[in-house]
Design a protein around this ligand. Structure first.
Ligand code: PLP
Length: 398
């Protein structure tokens, strides 16, 4: 039975890394080149320009050979100084980890408590900033798509909250699991630092981290007092002007990135975002039909990237995931931090389409039955009904 299950393709339905499209794999299957030579300069410039179109910014985007965590660190060390106060919101495990990093780097973090079932609260952010008359808070730092919970924070509403409070804090947003799958606009939403990485919506393997920065963030980087070397924006931006890097870049990932950007633009970014809303709506229809509960409780904040599903009390999500892996050769996301064993996560980001999602939901439905998890049949049928409709699953700009 095991060898039967292993025939055909593995279903990688975790919320990142996401499956890498064949075209991207082929683009990366090439010899490395001289990273100081003219061919590399052309590649670097093309990828850096392409990046700007994905972040929707006219400003610079630096590309680190790093995971997303490195790009988090880069955002902090380039803009803030030891002892600075920052405002963060407890949306889930990734916000908690970023807060831990900020504290380790010597920042004083004010952490707005949260129940891990919704995005960051614009009203609390506004009230907190309004009461900070001395402008001691130097940055507001939020996770756009909280990958541990499937809740999407309303970045434009948070921007409006900062402006309504008349506060000069920098605005930093982690788009590690949203960029390329959820609508995002660095310039229009006046974000100062956008943090991203390669292995989720950009459909690449892990290994690249990104910072997009505003003029205001660049100005902060010229006077802040956090030590840094590898992450230093100024060191990056000098050679980047000609497509080069200050150190050895991840050449093959950049070949892949050039192709991934082309794929995103062939479909059109707005169509990509609508596709993900549609897939997410279908997934929630399945969860509802099974009689299970989606973790995110805020209608306007459901993630288009992943859906976290709560287990009925007394049933272990990790057992279900093991059954699904062994019987259907599909990987689902685990519950993280305090959600361990309590939720499983279905990723529908990156290159996911209707039929892949239908297959994934079929695997979940079979797994629920095999693992003896109480549920109603008909989740897949409910999802197919949504997928059969034209449309975008209710995509709207926040
Ligand atoms: N932030 C978010 C929202 C994430 O989803 C992740 C990883 O899943 C990270 C940060 C950390 O990124 P990495 O694992 O690439 O270091």
């Amino acid at each position: 039975a095991r060898s039967m299950a292993r025939s055909g393709q593995h279903f990688l339905q975790i919320p990142g890394p996401s499956p890498v499209p064949e075209r991207v794999l082929q683009a990366m299957d090439r010899q490395v080149i001289d990273h100081r030579g003219p061919e590399f300069g052309r590649l670097g410039r093309e990828v850096m320009d392409g990046c700007r179109s994905i972040f929707r910014t006219a400003g610079p985007v630096v590309i680190y050979p790093s995971s997303g965590t490195g790009a988090w660190e880069a955002a902090i060390v380039n803009t803030l100084s030891p002892g600075d106060r920052v405002l963060m919101a407890e949306t889930g495990q990734f916000a908690t980890l970023w807060r831990q990093m900020a504290a380790r780097l010597g920042l004083e973090v004010e952490f707005i408590p949260g129940d891990w079932r919704r995005g960051a609260p614009p009203d609390v952010i506004e009230a907190t900033l309004a009461s900070d008359r001395s402008h001691a808070i130097k940055a507001v730092m939020v996770v756009h798509n909280e990958t541990s919970t499937g809740a999407l924070s309303r970045v434009p509403a948070i921007r409006r909250a900062i402006d309504a409070a008349g506060h000069p804090a920098l605005f930093m947003v982690d788009t590690i699991s949203s960029l390329g799958s959820a609508d995002y606009r660095h310039d229009e939403w006046q974000v100062d630092v956008t943090i991203a990485c390669s292995q989720k919506g950009l459909m690449l393997p892990p290994g690249l981290g990104f910072n997009a920065m505003s003029e205001k963030a660049l100005a902060a980087s010229r006077t802040n007092r956090m030590p840094r070397s590898y992450w230093d924006w100024a060191e990056m931006l000098k050679p980047n002007a000609n497509g080069f890097f200050p150190y050895t870049p991840a050449t093959t990932l950049l070949y892949g990135m050039r192709e991934a950007i082309a794929i995103l633009h062939e479909e059109g970014l707005d169509a990509v975002f609508a596709r993900h809303h549609h897939l997410a709506a279908a997934t929630r229809a399945a969860v509802g039909a099974w009689g299970l509960e989606v973790l995110c409780q805020e209608e306007a904040e459901h993630s288009p990237v992943l859906t976290a599903v709560m287990m009925p009390p007394g049933h272990d999500a990790d057992h279900l995931r093991k059954v699904v892996l062994e019987s259907c050769d599909m990987s689902l996301g685990a519950g993280l931090g305090k959600l361990a064993g309590k939720v499983f996560r279905i990723g529908h980001l990156g290159a996911c389409n209707s039929l892949v999602l239908a297959g994934a939901l079929s695997g979940v439905e079979m797994g629920l039955a095999r693992a003896g998890v109480p549920h109603r049949a008909g989740g897949v049928a409910a999802a197919l009904a949504v997928l059969a409709e034209p449309g975008d699953g209710g995509l709207r700009t926040q």
